[in-house]
Design a protein around this ligand. Structure first.
Ligand SMILES: [Zn+2]
Length: 82
């Protein structure tokens, strides 16, 4: 396992265990499971977008959480959450 691998696993494990996520994402759902997405602002326009339900995660530089979500894991909501 390389140092990069260890760092990637650390980021994934840490980010999945954080309960307090900043950045509410309106009108965007996970494109894999349609559940709500969460975003964490890492400063300097970097957002970590995650879907806690299916365990996917992505990083993107964007102007806001919604833009980061749509650039990565998100799709516009077209149906109500059930
Ligand atoms: Zn999902």
């Amino acid at each position: 396992m390389t140092d990069f691998d260890r760092r990637a696993h650390y980021i994934y494990t840490t980010a999945m265990s954080i309960i307090f996520f900043r950045g509410k994402i309106e009108d965007v759902a996970c494109k894999h499971c349609r559940k709500p997405l969460q975003a964490y602002y890492c400063e300097d326009r970097l957002y970590l977008v995650r879907c806690f339900h299916c365990g996917t995660m992505a990083l993107a530089k964007a102007e806001n959480p919604k833009e980061a979500a749509l650039m990565t894991l998100g799709t516009p909501c077209i149906e109500e959450e059930t």
